[in-house]
Write a protein that binds this ligand. Structure first.
Ligand code: GTP
Ligand code: MG
Length: 199
């Protein structure tokens, strides 16, 4: 069940999408699923991977940033003009949920991501010890986020499960935001989140 996306031949207007999260969360594997190429074990990302991908009729420039602590210090230099952002969480990694939460909180403070919608992927949901998306929402304290739309979706980067739903939500949310911007009403406070489990 791969994502309904494809590598782009000729880019049209691209929506800049950031893919963030701790090392080993599955960011590069998610990117490979979005590209619809075989998800094979890859080395930890140093710096970033950048791909142009067409997903559900939208063109995305997808930035997959390395998640090791030394790479995280560099994340912010790439944030300008981001339209959506994905935070990938390894749902089996209970030991690092506080670290992930703190990293996410720091990222949310960035001016270049102000109001940008947040899709949290509760990844590795294929593994028996994985937390549910509700548990992930609690671990990351997503209910405290009141300045943007957010959602959490359980995914498996190995099977592709949940990725289409995540892209669907992003697509709807950015279309809505652009529509509101055109109406000049984008400054209103948004208090809205959703949790989606495929289990
Ligand atoms: N079972 C399972 N394994 C996964 C899943 N997603 C990723 N993995 C595995 O987790 C490991 C790390 O995946 P990556 O995609 O390299 O993780 P990353 O977030 O890009 O890591 P960094 O580049 O270090 O930031 C690899 O061994 C993947 O095969 C998943 O959904 N299920
Ligand atoms: Mg990687």
């Amino acid at each position: 069940m791969g994502a309904n996306c494809a590598a782009l031949q000729r880019p049209r207007r691209e929506h800049k999408m950031m893919v963030l999260g701790l090392d080993n969360a599955g960011k590069t594997s998610i990117l490979l699923q979005m590209k619809q190429v075989a998800v094979v074990p890859v080395a930890s990302t140093v710096g970033f991977n950048l791909e142009s991908i067409r997903c559900q009729d939208l063109d995305f420039a997808v930035w997959d940033l390395g998640g090791e602590a030394k790479n995280r210090q560099m994340w912010r230099i790439y944030f300008k003009n981001t339209i959506s952002f994905i935070f990938v969480f390894d749902s089996t990694d209970r030991g690092r949920s506080v670290e992930a939460r703190e990293e996410l909180k720091e990222v949310l403070k960035d001016d270049n991501l102000r109001g940008v919608c947040l899709m949290v992927l509760a990844n590795k949901s294929d593994l028996p010890e994985a937390m549910s998306s509700m548990e992930v929402a609690e671990e990351l304290e997503l209910a405290h986020i009141t300045d943007r739309k957010w959602s959490v979706q359980s995914t498996s980067a190995t099977s592709g499960q949940g990725i289409n739903q995540a892209i669907e939500w992003i697509k709807e949310t950015i279309s809505e935001r652009e529509y509101k911007k055109n109406l000049g009403s984008s400054r209103q406070t948004i208090r809205e989140g959703s949790v989606n489990d495929n289990k």
